[in-house]
Write a protein that binds this ligand. Structure first.
Ligand code: SF4
Length: 286
């Protein structure tokens, strides 16, 4: 039986992208290939906000994700990949994960809920565990799945062979896969040649509905997003493009959301909110 290291597993409303407003189970896997320490920082600077939190955690101050402070700079889900917090993320079997999902959805069976597999970066090595998890008999009623990815991880042959089955005409259940690709611009602090991988993202389109979602704060970020989207288009990408405001805490989000919506309108792009911030203050588990 497959196992996954799970940072968080919770039920909430999807706050971003295509399924904004849809009741959703969030399965947050542990681990990421990036740090995104540039978010919310002056150009060229990297956030060190998590250092103090990690220092306090070394003294075993934080017992659960819910105890951890939110950050206003850097990656807002830092504990889902930073090894200093790995003790908060248990390794669970697919059976245990499915049982927990059945406990947290309202009618203990899939109805209109959608599953979000997020991270960290959910398309790292965990791809090998998804067929086992998603083929579990209690997952049969699940119709829609989104992978929230940074768009840098190739799909493995085994996972592609698994995903392609759902596109066969004789398959006896409907299941739609979405790849929500949050490709990282320079404001993330990540190297462009590693973050922008149109070759990889174009392949996702073969296996599911795929869109790009760029986190932006300024007009310069929006211009970079548009230029970057053109690079994906030049490689054959056909999906929609969203702009989403930076802001893991309400004070930062509120400074940006209207301006980013206006930038999206001005450039004929889609706007994605981050409803979890105004609704739930972006607390862990929302
Ligand atoms: S890719 Fe996502 S999870 Fe990974 S560090 Fe960046 S924002 Fe955080």
């Amino acid at each position: 039986m497959s196992k996954l290291k799970i940072a968080e597993l919770f039920y909430s409303i999807q706050g971003e992208g295509r399924y904004m407003g849809v009741p959703s189970v969030f399965l947050r896997t542990f681990g990421c290939n990036f740090k995104c320490a540039g978010f919310g920082m002056p150009k060229g600077e990297l956030s060190t906000e998590v250092e103090e939190i990690a220092h306090i955690h070394q003294k075993m101050e934080y017992k659960t994700y819910g105890d951890l402070p939110l950050v206003s700079t850097g990656c807002d889900s830092y504990a889902s990949w930073d090894p200093r917090f790995k003790d908060l993320s248990p390794m669970l079997t697919s059976d245990a994960i499915v049982d927990r999902i059945m406990e947290i959805i309202p009618f203990n069976e899939w109805r209109d809920e959608h599953l979000v597999i997020t991270g960290g970066e959910p398309l790292l090595g965990w791809q090998r565990a998804y067929p086992d998890l998603l083929s579990h008999p209690k997952m049969a009623g699940l119709k829609e799945i989104t992978f929230e990815t940074n768009g840098t991880q190739e799909l493995s042959k085994e996972f592609k062979d698994y995903l392609v089955q759902w596109q066969m005409p004789d398959v006896n259940f409907e299941r739609e896969v979405t790849f929500s690709v949050s490709a990282k611009l320079s404001c993330s602090g990540e190297a462009r040649h590693e973050a922008i991988r149109p070759d990889i993202v174009c392949e996702y389109e073969t296996y599911g509905y795929t869109y790009l979602k760029f986190v932006v704060a300024t007009e310069a970020d929006a211009e970079e997003a548009i230029e970057t989207a053109d690079i994906y288009r030049a490689e054959g990408f056909t999906g929609p493009v969203y702009l989403m405001p930076v802001g893991g805490v309400e004070s930062v989000y509120a400074l940006n959301n209207r301006r980013v919506a206006e930038l999206a309108m001005k450039n004929g792009l889609r706007y994605s909110d981050r409803l979890q911030v105004p609704l739930f203050k972006n607390e862990w588990g929302t």
